[in-house]
Design a protein around this ligand. Sequence first.
Ligand SMILES: [Zn+2]
Length: 310
Amino acid sequence: MSEKINEELVRQIITKVVSGYQEQNKVQAEEKPPVIKTVTCPVSEQDVEILVEASARHVHLTEEDIETLFGKGYKLTPVKKLTQVGQFACKERVTLIGPKNIYRNVAILGPARKETQVELSLTDARFLGVNAPVRMSGDLRDAADIIIATDKESIAAKGCAIVAQNHIHMTPDQAKQWCFTDGEEVSVKMSTARPLTFDGVVVRVSETAGLAMHIDFDEANACLFKDGDMGLIKRSRCGTTAQINLPKMKGEEKKLEMAVAINKRFITEEDIKKALKNVNYSGLTLPKAAILSAPAKDYINREKINITFI
Ligand SMILES: [Zn+2]
């Protein structure tokens, strides 16, 4: 037997062992769960300051109801422009009649709408004796019946009275700039003499929006609101702090995956598309209690979107 070492064989064995070790390391790296770190979204971290407007009780009327209450062919008389483009307060006034009480001299906001809607504070509703639910403007599910009258005529406005859900109006550009989505719920700290924070304030995005938050008189009184007072939209519930999954070491791929947050309870396919539009992130963080629509679930599976519940 030769005592000489076969150097070529040794080299081959070493190469095999080393490459096996490297392979093993690669497998381990692939199986490692992604490290999640919180990073700051590129959008400003600053709270967004917003003008607050308190809405007194008022009505919106259909063309038909305007004619019934004021006469055939009657047109409302604008006296004051509102912050929402095209909307105005009218010279005309109506009386609201409930089972318990009446309110005279109630404002009408124009222009005419598709549906007559009476907006009250909860105190107003109790005073009138009607059971008005808290609803976004335009959502008249279970809305209360009420009588709307003028000195000429009256109408039984069925399912018309609501307590308006507080909300913020902004344009699509503003929403994009501050990273808000239509329907998103935010918290607003009132900069008033008796400061308080409203949670669950709904963001409404529309082309005709004038940047403002709308509260009713109960809410205004609760925080000692006076005209010109501002609110701060807190960023903590928005997508400002996003989660980042560190590189997954999948082969050569070292893609950073960043998530945007949606802060809504019921999430549609549209919400997901909107949230991921114009950003290069492939992940989403959703509230633990979020309910996803069936098309939203399908979309997530189809697009392989990384979801984290927080
Ligand atoms: Zn409004």
